[in-house]
Design a protein around this ligand. Structure first.
Ligand code: ZN
Length: 163
């Protein structure tokens, strides 16, 4: 039976590294370091992809876009989100809403959140008020607090698209 609602949760971490662009939520942020990864290491979009895949029990981002696959070397994660969003539509579900959290020490991310919301809503094809992105530090604790990396968490709700 096709459920009326499905929720999903996603989590991701990437480490800071020199000579990398900092791309979070599809937005390039000027910074002396970026995030390390096989793709563009967009920690937020990866958490969102995992939440969407999880909502439909479709596995995880590593299964769909393996690091061993050269096609995804330096991949634009916006494109990965577009692919995952299409999977949702193919399964007959409609995107309901997203609530996400970025945990990082610096740079300050809040000024970039409106642009992230706009970008993600355009990829998914929804209104900006269906997208919530929040930012937090970890009070200087742990690897995030030491500025060694960034975490992102995402929760999504999908709605059965059948009339
Ligand atoms: Zn990732």
């Amino acid at each position: 039976m096709k459920q009326p609602f499905r929720t999903g949760f996603g989590f991701d971490v990437h480490a800071f590294a020199k000579d990398r662009k900092l791309i979070i939520g599809g937005i390039e942020i000027a910074n002396d370091m970026g995030l390390l990864g096989h793709s563009d290491a967009d920690v937020l979009l990866h958490a969102i992809c995992d939440a969407m895949l999880g909502a439909l029990s479709l596995g995880d981002i590593g299964m769909h876009f393996p690091e061993t696959d050269k096609r995804y070397k330096d991949a634009d994660s916006s494109e990965l989100l577009r692919i995952v969003n299409n999977l949702i539509k193919e399964k007959g579900y409609i995107f309901g809403n997203l609530d996400a959290m970025i945990a990082m020490e610096k740079p300050r991310i809040a000024p970039f959140i409106p642009a992230m919301k706009e970008k993600i809503s355009l990829i998914i094809g929804c209104d900006e008020d269906q997208i919530s992105i929040k930012a937090s530090t970890t009070e200087k604790l742990g690897f995030i607090g030491r500025g060694e990396g960034v975490s992102a968490f995402a929760s999504v709700l999908l709605v059965n698209g059948d009339k």
